[in-house]
Design a protein around this ligand. Sequence first.
Ligand SMILES: NC(=O)c1ccc[n+]([C@@H]2O[C@H](COP(=O)([O-])OP(=O)(O)OC[C@H]3O[C@@H](n4cnc5c(N)ncnc54)[C@H](OP(=O)(O)O)[C@@H]3O)[C@@H](O)[C@H]2O)c1
Length: 323
Amino acid sequence: MPTALILGATGYLGLPLAKSLLRSGNYTVYGLARTPAKAKTLVQNEVVPVIGDVNDPSSFTHLISSVPIDVVIDATSAYESATGLLSAITAASKSRMATLAKEGSSVPKLGFIYISGSWVHGNHTEPVSDTVPPGTSLAKAKPATAVGWRPAHEQSILAARDVLDVAIVRPSQMYGGTSWVWNTYFGPLLAAGKSGSTETIQVPADSTARPSIVHVDDVVSGVHGATDRIHGLLGSWPVFDLVGETVLLNDIMDGAKRSLGVKAALEYAGTQGNPFLEAIGLTTNNQSTRAAIVLGWQAKRQSFVQYIDTYVKAWAASQEEPK
Ligand SMILES: NC(=O)c1ccc[n+]([C@@H]2O[C@H](COP(=O)([O-])OP(=O)(O)OC[C@H]3O[C@@H](n4cnc5c(N)ncnc54)[C@H](OP(=O)(O)O)[C@@H]3O)[C@@H](O)[C@H]2O)c1
C-alpha cells in the first residue's frame, strides 16, 4: 500500500484530503502537525501524525526513506518556506535513489504534489488554459500580485522531474464548510445581519469581479486523482486547474445578504491596491478541461449561487465561538 505524507494535513484542504485517501483503502497517510493538539486531531482521523514544521524540513524528510514515503503533498500555506521545502524534498529523493543504486536496485521516484492556486492566471475575460505557463509571454494576464512568486516556484517543481514525479494542482477559490477565503466578504454581512444595522456596507472589490470558485470536496477528488496517477500517468505537463464555475461577485453578495438577513445596501469600493483583495476579487475565465481528460475529474458542485443559503450558513456557523 503506498504511503502519502501530507504537509498541511491540519488545514482546510489537507484534512479532508487525508480522509479521502484513507477512505479509498489504497493509502497509509502521514500528516504534519505543528502542535501536539493538532497531532491529536490527526490521530482522531486515523492519520499518523508527525510533529514538525515546514521551516525545518529535517523534522520529516527522514521519513522519506525510513517509512518509506511514496508521495508528499504540499497543502501548506507556508509560502515563505516553499523553496527550502522543495530543495529538501529533492535532496531526500536523490539520496534515496543513490542508496538504492548502490544496492543495485532502482526505486520509484518520490511523488510530489504541490497545491498552487488559480490566482496565478490573474485578471482576464478570455478563456485560460493550464497548458499556458503563467507569468510568461504566452500568458494573457499577469499573476495576481499576492502570488507573483508562484509561477517561478511551479517552474522549479517541473524542473525537478529528474528526481521527482510531480503534479501541480491549482484550485480556484474554495467554498464549502468553514472556508476562510470568504471571511472578507461575508464577515461584514454577518455583523450587519446580527446587529440589524442599515448602514451601507463597503464591499472591498470591483462590482464587475467574477472569481473562479470550486467546492473543497471537488478539490479533494482532483488532488486524490492526481495522487493515484502520480507515478507516470499524468503525461508530459502535469499541471491542472480545478474550477467549478465562475460567478459574479455581485450575485454571491446578493445571495449572502439574503441568507444573513442583511437590510443594508452594498457599495463596491474597489480593492484599493490591497494584494489579497485583488486576488479574491479577480475577473476570471478559467477552465478545467485537462483535469477532465487526464484525471477524469469533474466538479460535482456547480451551483454555488443556487445553494448559497446552505454555504453561507455553514460558513457563518463556523464563525461562532465554541461553547
Ligand atoms: N482556500 C482556498 O480557497 C485556496 C484556493 C486555492 C489555493 N489554495 C492553496 O491551497 C493550500 C492550502 O490552503 P488551505 O485553504 O487549506 O489553507 P489553511 O486552511 O490555512 O491550511 C494551511 C495548512 O498549512 C499548515 N502550515 C502553515 N504553515 C506551516 C509551517 N510552517 N509548517 C507546517 N505546516 C504549516 C497549517 O498548519 P496549522 O493547522 O498548524 O495552522 C495548515 O495545516 C495553500 O497553498 C493555498 O494557497 C487555497
